[in-house]
Write a protein that binds this ligand. Structure first.
Ligand SMILES: Nc1ncnc2c1ncn2[C@@H]1O[C@H](COP(=O)(O)OP(=O)(O)O)[C@@H](O)[C@H]1O
Ligand SMILES: [Mg+2]
Length: 184
């Protein structure tokens, strides 16, 4: 997949590689995790989300929720056959109720309250739900209020010439000193 991989930074050469990286990243995710996806328009945030969803076992086509703001996908239950076991098996077994993947895109959000109105807070940080948020910089205040419980993983995608993209994963927010967290 990647041409270079050192720690938590990788370069992808095309959308397919970004998708593959998302699918690999999905294996590391657990219920309650919140991914904040930063990057300019066209950087590849949605491409990464598509990969994450596929890695979590979502079979539906992932569309950009630019107009809907939020899409909720139900994750399939773990398969009995070891070969067909989805990677989120542990997360499923450890959780309660139906496991979900929630994709939020705040690009067209007018104010943070709009997201509250559509029930996004019911999903953020829930132990049975993984959330991925595009344009998280637009909901700074809301994110400040979700507390220290959920693991927040910051992902930055940058243009790196042509079709190359640099994807940088920062450690969970909760593991960073407060001064650093406040600057994100
Ligand atoms: N390395 C790459 N990774 C992801 N997308 C890429 C890459 N190279 C080119 N692209 C193209 O860039 C666009 C990324 O779109 P999208 O994922 O919707 O971006 P965003 O959600 O950040 O606005 C797509 O048209 C995709 O084909
Ligand atoms: Mg997008």
């Amino acid at each position: 997949m990647s041409t270079r991989q050192n720690n938590q930074k990788i370069i992808t050469k095309n959308e397919k590689e970004t998708f593959a990286f998302g699918a690999a990243l999905a294996r590391k995710l657990r219920g309650g995790d919140i991914l904040l996806l930063y990057g300019e328009l066209g950087a590849g945030k949605t491409a990464l989300v598509k990969g994450i969803a596929a890695g979590l076992g979502v079979k539906e086509k992932i569309t950009s929720p630019t107009f809907a703001l939020m899409n909720v996908y139900l994750l399939p239950p773990p398969s009995k056959s070891p070969s067909g076991r989805p990677p989120h098996q542990k997360f499923w077994c450890g959780g309660r109720g139906t496991q979900k993947f929630v994709h939020i895109d705040t690009y067209r959000l007018k104010n943070e309250h709009e997201l509250v109105e559509i029930g996004a807070l019911d999903y953020l940080g829930r132990p049975d739900t993984i959330c991925a948020i595009e344009w998280p910089e637009k909901i700074k205040e809301l994110l400040k209020n979700i507390g220290q419980g959920p693991k927040i993983i910051t992902v930055r995608i940058e243009y790196a010439g042509g079709n190359k993209r640099k994807i940088h994963i920062l450690p969970p927010l909760s593991s960073l000193p407060k001064q650093v967290r406040d600057r994100l």
